[in-house]
Structures are given as structure tokens and as C-alpha cells.
Design a protein around this ligand. Structure first.
Ligand code: UD1
Ligand code: CA
Length: 473
């Protein structure tokens, strides 16, 4: 970090921290119908990551400058509090973008400029810039790169003070050899920044109003410019195309995996897990390769998740085992569940303790009581199943009559033979047994055997039809 002695003329601002997020650019290289800042990273729009970081800075207020796909961005963030959007039409450069936000910024505060397509920067990296701006100076976040092509270069004087930032396209060969580049992120006292962006000119190679030219305007005002060098270049990676997006995805996933392991979770391979939301784990949770976690997932103590499972918005009780290739969405499983392999739990599924849901069984909008089992090839939908129920292979609740859904109620200790259809609405009384192959259309009384089956008969002296021998040789 380089902090020359301050020559600041700007009084130290005491007002609010105001974060301006630049998000109006087109993102041509994504080749997408979706505006760039809405492209998902770890399951959430790029812009959402930037806003999280902004909110992690104490008391920050956010103004997002939108342009391309403004309507889509507006809709995507409609429910978010403390967020102002302002439009930049047409997009005449980063300086022009900040100028559009300018009327919304309180003069007595400080401004931090972030980019909507630079999602990994951390609050702790930004805090020193905010502190410098609070001291009345201009701070720019820089980074040293092996491949600086395309970036603005940081030009320092002999004392190491930042003199100006020159865009790649405007740079001389000597300047292009500089490895310290502009991340684009900067912080300044609001009143000064507002004045500077009003003075920008577009006399450059791209005929744009460059935000970077505020460095020279600050100097002309006698305001100190501090170049803060970031330690971790990954944090400042931007997304311009899908290759960079994929690279950032791995960076984020490695961060998630690292945190999980530090918190005591076993990952069989930290390179093969994808968390696209919030994953909370208890003690001694073990996760095999290729699992995807979406939305809000909670795994209690001792849960084991087999390979290639997808879990979304669910809670898995202690010591449960999810066998490979299972898909769980919107379900709550009690302690000691055994799910899969190849099971599917859909929204509204609630399992008690020690419930088994086996291969190729689907459960939807149903409650299944303690110690009940549906181990093979069944569909349990819109059902209330009691405790200790055995649901035989190939059992189906026929919950849909083509117009409406109906419930099936199966009371405690019921035994359902294989290949049974329960045509809802229907109730199976406590302790009842349904014979294999039954199509149940009326309630089955408690404690009795109910079956619907054509009587079996055998015909003696019956000849199976024979093929006639061919007449040709
Ligand atoms: C900018 C910097 C460059 C820096 C680089 C880092 C300037 C002049 N240059 O260049 O020094 O090294 O970022 O990535 O600032 N945007 C708007 N409105 C506009 C133009 C851009 O909102 O009119 C937004 C974009 O959506 C994007 C950000 O500003 O989020 C950066 O724009 P981009 O065109 O990518 O800037 P660079 O040319 O890469
Ligand atoms: Ca860029």
C-alpha cells in the first residue's frame, strides 16, 4: 500500500457511505439475452454478490447504474430494500455512469464505486479505500497482473505517487509495459467526486467519459491520490465472457468448500461440490463427490450424502443417509432417514424418524410417519402415512383424477402389498393389510385384509398354440 503525505484540501466527510455500482454495460462477449449482471454465479446474479459486499460495509447505501437490459435488472431486484436504480442512456463511459448517479449522492458523505461484473471483491479489501476517502483523499484499488492487456495502467511518479491512469488503448508502449493495473474500484469524498465527474471530457481513443480521469482532476485540486494494491488478484477478476464466468464459479466454490471443511465437514473432493445458496452443516457431516446444493439446505449432525445428489431447500435430520443420485427438493427429513439411491423427494414432503424411501420412489406433498418404509418403485403423492407402515414395491397413490388432486390416508401399522393402486380420496384403516395387486377404490377397514383381484384359475390339458412348420426347405 502506498500512501503519500496528504495534500488534501477536501474536509473529511462525515456523512453516509454511498456505494455506486456500475452495471449499465452491454456485456457483448457473453452473447446472451440476459444482461451481464444477471448472469448467475453460485446460483445468484453477479449483481447480488456485489450488493452483498456493499451491505457488509457498515451502513452503506447503494445506487446501481443500469442501462442495457435495465428493465430486466429492475424486475430481478424489485423486492430488494435499500436499493436505488438509476438509468444511464446511452452508455458513454464509466465517468458518465457515475455522473448519472451524482444527483442522488449526499455531498457530505463518501462514495465507493464498484463494478457489477466484479463480484468477488471482499468488504475487508474495500474498507481501507473507504477510510482513505473519509480522510478527504481519493483512493484507487489496483492490482499487479502478469497479463495486464486491456486494463488501464497505473502511472506513478518517482515517489510512487499515482499520477494518472491511462487506458490500454490510449497507452504508449512504455505505459503498456506497466504491470500495475486499475481494478476500476475507487473511493472519494462525495462532493469532490461529483465535481470531478462533471468536468470529464471524452477526448480519448474510445470517445468515452473515463472515470479514471478523476485522478488528474484530483491532483489539479491538490487532493491526494492513494493507490491501494490488492493482495489477491482473484478478488478483482471481472466477468466479460463465459470462460471468465466459469473460472469465477470455481473460485467461489473453492471458497465455499474451504469454509465447510474448516467448519468440520468432510468433503470427499473439495473440487467437486457446488453450493448455489446457503448450506449449513452440523458436526461430522460427510459429502461425497458431485453434489449440488441449492437454496437453503441444512444437514444435521452425522448426515451422509452420497455421490451425485441434488438437494434444494431442505432439512435433513441427524444421522440420515442420502444414497447416491437422489434428488431432494422442499422436503424435511427426520432423524435417521435412509433415502435413495435414486429417490426423489418433492416439495411438501415431511418424513418422521427412521423413514426409508428407496430406489425409484417419489414422494410429494406427503407426511410419512416414524419408521415407515417405501423402499422400491413407488409414488406417494398427497398422502398422510402413519407410523410403521410398509409400502410394497410398485405402490401408487392415484391422487389426480384429471381435474383435481385428492388425498390418501394410510393409518399406522398398515401393510400394503406390492403393485397396489390407491385411488384417492381413500383411507386405509389402522393395521389393515392390502393384498398385492389391489386397486383400492373404497376405504379399507382397520385390521382386515382387503384385496381386489381376479380369482386365479388353472386350466389343465391346455395346449399352447404352436407355430406351423415352414413348408419351404
Ligand atoms: C475499466 C477502466 C479500466 C480498468 C478496467 C477494469 C475506465 C475508463 N476504465 O475499463 O481502467 O482497468 O475497467 O476492469 O473506467 N459501465 C457503465 N456505463 C458505461 C460504461 C461502463 O455502467 O457507460 C460499467 C460496465 O457495465 C462495467 C464497468 O462499468 O460494469 C466497466 O466497464 P468496461 O467497459 O468493462 O470498462 P473497461 O473498458 O474494462
Ligand atoms: Ca471490463
Amino acid at each position: 500500500m502506498n500512501r503519500p503525505s496528504s495534500s488534501s484540501e477536501v474536509p473529511s466527510p462525515s456523512g453516509p457511505l454511498q456505494v455506486v455500482v456500475l452495471a449499465a454495460g452491454k456485456g457483448t462477449r457473453m452473447r446472451s439475452r440476459l444482461p451481464k449482471v444477471l448472469q448467475p454465479l453460485a446460483g445468484r446474479p453477479l449483481l447480488a454478490h456485489v450488493l452483498d459486499t456493499a451491505h457488509a460495509l457498515h451502513d452503506a447505501r447503494c445506487v446501481v447504474v443500469v442501462g442495457h437490459g435495465a428493465q430486466q435488472v429492475r424486475e430481478a431486484f424489485a423486492g430488494v430494500d435499500d436499493l436505488e436504480l438509476c438509468e444511464q442512456q446511452p452508455q458513454l463511459g464509466t465517468g458518465h455512469a457515475v455522473l448519472q448517479a451524482s444527483p442522488r449522492l449526499a455531498d457530505d458523505g463518501v462514495v465507493l464505486v464498484l463494478y457489477g461484473d466484479v463480484p468477488l471483491v471482499r468488504a475487508q479489501t474495500l474498507q481501507p479505500l473507504v477510510d482513505i476517502a473519509r480522510g478527504g483523499a481519493l483512493a484507487v484499488l489496483t492490482v499487479r497482473l502478469g497479463q495486464p492487456d486491456g486494463y488501464g495502467r497505473i502511472v506513478r511518479d518517482e515517489q510512487g505517487r499515482v499520477q494518472r491512469i491511462v487506458e490500454h488503448r490510449d497507452a504508449s508502449p512504455a505505459e503498456r509495459a506497466l504491470r500495475e493495473v486499475n481494478s476500476g474500484i475507487l473511493a472519494a469524498p462525495a462532493a469532490a467526486l461529483k465535481r470531478w465527474v462533471g468536468l470529464l471530457r471524452d477526448d480519448n481513443a474510445q470517445r468515452e467519459y473515463y472515470l479514471t480521469d478523476v485522478v488528474q482532476l484530483a491532483q489539479a485540486d491538490g487532493v491526494a491520490v492513494h493507490g491501494v494494491v490488492a493482495d489477491d488478484a482473484d478478488e478483482l477478476l471481472g466477468v466479460n465472457d463465459r470462460l471468465q464466468l466459469a473460472h469465477l464459479e470455481r473460485v467461489v466454490q473453492r471458497r465455499h468448500a474451504g469454509k465447510l471443511m474448516r467448519d468440520g465437514v468432510t468433503l470427499l473432493d473439495p473440487e467437486r461440490i457446488d453450493v448455489r445458496g446457503e448450506l449449513r452443516c452440523g458436526q461430522d457431516v460427510r459429502i461425497d463427490v458431485g453434489c449440488v446444493f441449492e437454496g437453503r439446505v441444512e444437514l444435521d449432525d452425522g448426515v451422509q450424502v452420497g455421490a451425485h445428489c441434488v438437494l434444494r431447500d431442505c432439512r435433513i435430520g441427524p444421522d440420515s443417509r442420502i444414497e447416491p443420485f437422489s434428488h431432494i427438493d422442499g422436503a424435511v427429513c427426520g432423524q435417521g432417514a435412509r433415502i435413495g439411491p435414486y429417490a426423489r423427494l418433492r416439495p411438501g414432503t415431511e418424513l418422521g424418524r427412521d423413514v426409508h424411501v428407496g430406489n425409484f420412489t417419489e414422494v410429494k406433498n406427503s407426511r410419512i410417519g416414524d419408521a415407515s418404509k417405501a423402499n422400491h418403485l413407488s409414488y406417494v403423492g398427497d398422502a398422510t402415512v402413519g407410523a410403521r407402515v410398509n409400502i410394497g414395491a410398485g405402490t401408487i397413490t392415484c391422487n389426480y383424477d384429471g381435474a383435481a388432486k385428492h388425498r390418501t390416508v394410510i393409518e399406522d401399522d398398515v401393510f400394503i402389498g406390492s403393485d397396489t393402486q390407491l385411488v384417492a380420496p381413500v383411507r386405509v384403516g389402522q393395521g389393515a393389510t392390502l393384498g398385492a395387486g389391489t386397486t383400492l377404490t373404497r376405504d379399507a377397514p382397520a385390521g382386515q385384509l382387503t384385496l381386489s383381484r381376479a380369482r386365479q384359475l388353472s386350466i389343465a390339458n391346455w395346449d399352447r398354440p404352436q407355430k406351423k412348420p415352414s413348408t419351404k426347405d
